[in-house]
Design a protein around this ligand. Structure first.
Ligand SMILES: CC(C)(COP(=O)(O)OP(=O)(O)OC[C@H]1O[C@@H](n2cnc3c(N)ncnc32)[C@H](O)[C@@H]1OP(=O)(O)O)[C@@H](O)C(=O)NCCC(=O)NCCS
Length: 189
């Protein structure tokens, strides 16, 4: 299948990453508020490596975490998209949906809009049967996005993130899911 390089929503372009996104990406990943629910903010070098891995995922699977560009200003504001879960858990193999936006672009519905567009791609062009999402139990802003796009919490799916150390308060995670039938239901009311 052809890679899905771009998607459009009312206010956003979901696109491939440009080399010059790195400056803004590094700034947002250095913001302790943005990275509050992750082990630590990222250095510029770590962000460059992450951009490389994101591009590699697109090259391998034809989808990934799209860079978000606002139509009104042309600004790069973060990422949203789909990726294969990179660790083993009770719910894997699975495709997850995820997001990270610069703080000044929060509270305007951009994450939910991009997430909705990514989900349409997952069940449309990609023909997936299910998409999952997960986050540390205390990350309520992220869980609100999950709920906004019609995902439902799988209470039996709570898990400890295997990449985080035992006793790390971020380790306990909640799992949300949406399948094709549920997505169609949210579409048609
Ligand atoms: C998670 C994250 C992307 C959520 O961003 P967000 O801007 O709160 O999410 P949304 O795009 O859904 O915006 C919803 C908010 O915008 C408001 N809003 C304003 N205009 C809106 C519009 N046109 N449409 C929808 N919502 C709108 C909503 O009322 C809501 O505000 P509220 O949170 O005060 O109720 C953001 O907090 C983030 O980047 N966090 C750091 C990274 C992270 O934790 N990622 C997830 C890891 S699992």
């Amino acid at each position: 299948m052809n890679p899905i390089l771009e998607l459009e929503s009312a206010r956003l372009l979901l696109r491939q990453w440009h080399d010059d996104d790195l400056t803004e990406f590094a700034a947002l990943c250095a913001d302790p508020q943005v990275m509050r629910y992750f082990p630590a903010p990222l250095t510029r070098l770590e962000c460059a490596a992450l951009m490389g891995r994101i591009r590699g995922h697109f090259a391998e699977y034809g989808f990934g975490l799209w860079a978000l560009e606002r139509n009104d200003t042309g600004a790069f504001i973060g990422f949203t998209g789909l990726l294969n879960v990179g660790f083993d858990a009770a719910f894997t193999p699975a495709v997850e949906i995820g997001w990270r936006l610069a703080r000044r672009h929060w509270g305007q519905g951009f994450a939910s809009e991009a997430a909705w567009t990514s989900l349409r791609c997952a069940f449309g062009q990609l023909g997936l049967e299910e998409v999952v999402s997960f986050t540390t139990w205390s990350n309520l802003p992220s869980q609100k996005v999950m709920q906004a796009i019609g995902m439902q919490r799988d209470f039996a799916g709570d898990f400890d993130h295997p990449r985080l150390p035992a006793h790390d308060p971020l380790r306990p995670h909640v799992l949300y899911r949406i399948n094709r039938a549920q997505w169609l239901e949210t579409l048609h009311g």
